[in-house]
Design a protein around this ligand. Structure first.
Ligand code: GLV
Length: 329
């Protein structure tokens, strides 16, 4: 039997390609060029399998040009780039990489929170640019983390990881809002208190976004939501850029509506809203929350496990849960 044909849309680790080559005829984009929709369709048109990344849009237009495609293994826990309805209608299985990146991503969420609240980026720039000339009593004064109220929006695995770090490591009072409420035992173990969206926005000193992006959560943090937050609050986004209305965020940061923001994800990444680039009270990072070498390797192996398992047994290991609408990561 000929091996099924697989496209690896972006460069991955050689050891993962080696595993895949045992089972697939592999076309790998090791040059790591970002393929636009036409290029992706051109290379995927005769393939049965795809290893995609969060930047590859898999929609009806692409699927129509790739009739032999049977599975798309997304190298990410998020799957907002996949049109699940179109995939399901065409019988294309979608998988993602949950679990293996939880702690690494939660570590980063906390790092970004601390950098943002304690003005790490501003401080570093000031020293490098030779602007540090004297000590002053309110110089680089930011917001405390310890003992403050941490709000978590989207209490999936990563949200719980952030909440655990806040509660256990920094004595924070944790409140959260999520599509699915935790069990009383899980709430007590963190501990974290479920609140309505309004209370979350009103009470959080630091609000961390860890919810999935979907039509239901698009621009959930808009001008109205930002206006309900405390003027001294920090907002951290490690979810997806589309959850935040970036123009409204720029305005809130400019006018003192909130104190600061830490953003690892952007609505049109790698493009960043120009208003954000010129603000001092924003920490900007390039979608790197899961980027430890060990975790990225685990993610790539899990994507490979999904592809291999699907063709060997007919079942993928970690399919995107259905219904997946606005499920937290
Ligand atoms: C990264 O953003 C992921 O969804 O894994």
């Amino acid at each position: 039997m000929p091996k099924p044909r697989l496209l690896i849309a972006r460069a991955v680790f050689p050891e993962v390609i080696q595993r895949l080559e045992a089972c697939f005829e592999v076309d790998s984009n090791q040059a790591d060029t970002v393929l636009d929709a036409t290029q992706l369709a051109g290379r995927l048109g005769d393939k049965q399998a795809l290893l995609s990344t969060a930047g590859d849009v898999i929609d009806e237009a692409l699927l129509a040009r790739c009739p032999s495609l049977r599975i798309c293994a997304n190298l990410a826990v998020g799957f907002g780039n996949l049109d699940l309805a179109a995939m399901s209608a065409r019988g294309v299985v979608a998988t993602h990489t949950p679990g293996v990146l939880t702690e690494t991503t939660a570590d980063f969420g906390f790092a970004l929170l601390m950098a943002t609240a304690r003005r790490l980026g501003e401080g570093e720039r000031c020293v490098r640019e030779g602007q540090w000339t004297k000590w002053s009593v309110d110089f680089m004064a930011g917001q405390d983390i310890h003992g403050s109220t941490l709000g978590v929006l989207g209490m999936g695995r990563i949200g719980q990881g952030v909440a655990r770090r806040g509660a256990h490591g920094f004595g924070m009072r944790v409140i959260y809002h999520s599509r699915t409420r935790l069990s009383p035992a899980d709430e007590a173990a963190l501990p974290a208190r479920f609140v309505g969206m309004d209370e979350l926005l009103r009470e959080a000193d630091h609000l961390v976004l860890t919810l999935a992006h979907s039509a239901a959560t698009h621009h959930l943090i808009d001008a109205r939501a930002l206006a309900r937050m405390k003027p001294g609050a920090t907002l951290v986004n490690i979810a997806r850029g589309g959850v935040v209305d970036e123009a409204a965020l720029v305005e809130a940061l400019r006018s003192g509506g909130i104190a600061a923001a830490g953003l690892d994800v952007f609505e049109h990444e790698p493009a960043v809203h120009p208003g954000l680039l010129s603000l001092p009270n924003v920490v900007l990072t390039p979608h790197m929350a899961s980027a430890s070498r060990a975790t990225r390797l685990r993610m790539a192996h899990l994507a490979a496990d999904n592809l291999i398992g699907f063709f060997e047994t007919g079942r993928a290991l970690t399919p995107v849960p259905a219904p997946a609408l606005s499920a937290p990561a």
